[in-house]
Design a binder for this molecule. Structure first.
Ligand SMILES: [Mg+2]
Length: 223
């Protein structure tokens, strides 16, 4: 876990969902594979061939721009608009088949929720993101969920973060973004004046109440 620029008086935490609120390589991989299988079916090619086509497109993009691209963006090169791949994810992804309720995470989020406003900010559409939080047994603990279709922009675009902060009514410089990918979840929030916590998986999230304890003392003494 790495901490970046934690604000002196944080009031909100914006959580990434995938590979942050759960640690499951199987489900993370399945989210990609299920879309590639669907693409292969539509194209009438073998799954392995479809994977290869997408991999080639992703490395071409990275070579040209120096930046990695998402599966959704790579699919646009094959005539699949983002709106279409969002629909695939809405109908195909079934996280409850891979994830179980996490009682430790639930306790951790309840504890954090007593001191901070919580939001989930994800590049998945709202429907599968909701199903994921439901499968983990923590949906009711996130009053704000910003999905890909909420803003039409995907992280690391600033808009999803700004929307979450606005909906929570907390200024950017009092927010902390928590996620598992520096480029996607941390770099832009830091530019927006937020703090960042880079995690290796949900086991790091379990440590947050203890780690952020000093802030609650500070907040309560300033009331
Ligand atoms: Mg993630």
């Amino acid at each position: 876990m790495k901490l970046y620029n934690l604000p002196p008086n944080p009031r909100a935490i914006l959580f990434d969902i995938d590979c942050t609120l759960y640690t499951s390589d199987l489900w993370a991989e399945e989210q990609i594979a299920i879309q590639v299988r669907h693409f292969a079916g539509l194209r009438g090619v073998l799954e392995a061939e479809a994977f290869q086509m997408i991999e080639q497109e992703r490395s071409r993009h990275e070579k040209e721009t120096g930046k990695k691209t998402s599966l959704g963006n790579a699919l646009t090169a094959f005539g699949v608009p983002i709106a279409e791949s969002i629909r695939w994810r809405e109908t195909l992804l079934e996280p409850q088949q891979f994830l179980n309720p996490d009682t430790v995470l639930r306790k951790v989020l309840i504890s954090l929720g007593e001191r901070f406003s919580l939001a989930a900010v994800t590049n998945n559409p709202t429907i599968p993101a909701t199903k994921t939080l439901e499968a983990l047994g923590v949906l009711d603990l996130f009053p704000i969920l910003v999905g890909l279709d909420t803003t039409g922009m995907s992280k690391p675009h600033p808009e999803p973060y700004l929307t979450a902060a606005r909906e929570l009514g907390v200024p950017s410089n009092e927010c902390i973004s928590v996620g598992d990918r520096y480029d996607i979840d941390i770099a832009i929030p830091l530019e927006l004046g937020m703090g960042g916590i880079l995690v290796d998986g949900v086991h790091d999230v379990y440590e947050l109440p203890k780690l952020l304890q000093r802030f609650s003392l500070k907040n309560s003494s300033s009331l």
